[in-house]
Design a binder for this molecule. Structure first.
Ligand SMILES: NC(=O)c1ccc[n+]([C@@H]2O[C@H](COP(=O)([O-])OP(=O)(O)OC[C@H]3O[C@@H](n4cnc5c(N)ncnc54)[C@H](O)[C@@H]3O)[C@@H](O)[C@H]2O)c1
Length: 258
């Protein structure tokens, strides 16, 4: 449970990239809090696996699993419409789907790789915001959205040009959307995780040399567990942050403090 859990009973929450490490950690706490969760991911089997133990305990757990591709406008609009059709409203959204880029220096990156990474990480967030915001205003009179950026949304690094560009773009989308809808009861903020142990970072953390190099840049000298991202997301999605919008909240063991 989280100290923000009481805010979510009966709230309809959309989560993209729900089957992944951070998405799963947030979804599980929301389910425990009694939220109505709408899970969107290309990996629907992963979403079903998260729900299975909750449905075993309580068959009437309100939920929706959607085969979502955040790069396709029709898919994103279908996801939001399915949530409104099933539950009548959308209160919150966690736009979290993302992929890494290949690690090559800029001049060696294929245009197709750039398009794919920016398409999922940045355009995907744009499409989600476009579908979610009008639905929240019309069904709930407002709402709260969290977009997942990265520490690489505010600083540079080697060998990740498409990822870094896309995550800087998510920061821009967050601030622009927050400005456009601040008077409409919509708050939009971003989570910037540091190195977190998920499928995305599994290979790096399995290699002792890569892991040591990564940890040497983190003042706390360790990676995060996905569970350590949850409270910041729940704080931003909940009314506990009712006067917070357009902000990037960094959870990175101090990596970007200097
Ligand atoms: N793990 C880290 O160290 C770290 C650090 C900074 C930021 N992030 C960001 O956190 C978010 C979650 O990453 P994670 O670490 O949980 O990784 P993950 O790989 O475990 O999860 C990502 C999820 O996104 C889904 N996805 C991929 N393409 C999609 C698409 N086109 N449409 C819908 N879903 C799609 C995947 O199926 C997967 O379930 C990402 O945006 C990532 O960039 C992660």
């Amino acid at each position: 449970m989280s100290s923000f859990s009481p805010h979510f009973a009966g709230k309809v929450v959309l989560i993209t990239g729900a089957a992944g490490g951070i998405g799963r950690a947030v979804t599980e706490i929301l389910l425990q809090a009694g939220a109505v969760v709408c899970l969107g991911d290309v990996d629907t089997a992963g979403c079903d696996a998260i729900l299975a133990p909750f449905l075993e305990k309580n068959r009437s757990t309100k939920h929706l699993v959607y085969a979502l591709d955040v790069t396709a406008s029709t898919s994103v609009h279908g996801f939001v419409k399915a949530a409104v059709f099933a539950f009548g409203r959308v209160d919150c959204a966690f736009n979290n789907a993302g992929i890494l880029s290949s690690g090559k220096p800029l001049a060696e990156v294929d245009e197709s790789e750039y398009d794919r990474v920016v398409g999922i990480n940045m355009k995907g967030v744009f499409l989600c915001l476009q579908a979610e915001i009008p639905a929240m205003i019309s069904t709930a009179g407002g709402g709260s959205i969290v977009n997942t950026t990265s520490t690489l949304g505010t600083v540079g690094d080697k060998g990740s040009v498409a990822y870094i560009a896309s995550k800087h773009g998510v920061v821009g989308l967050t601030r622009a959307a927050a400005m456009d809808y601040a008077e409409s009861g919509i708050r939009v903020n971003a989570l910037a995780p540091g190195l977190t142990e998920t499928a995305m970072t599994k290979n790096w953390l399995a290699d002792a040399e890569t892991k040591n190099t990564l940890l040497s840049n983190i003042p706390m000298k360790r990676q995060a567990a996905p569970a350590e991202m949850v409270d910041m997301v729940l704080f931003l999605l909940s009314d506990a942050s009712s006067y917070v919008t357009g902000q990037v909240m960094t959870v990175d063991g101090g990596m970007t403090m200097h």
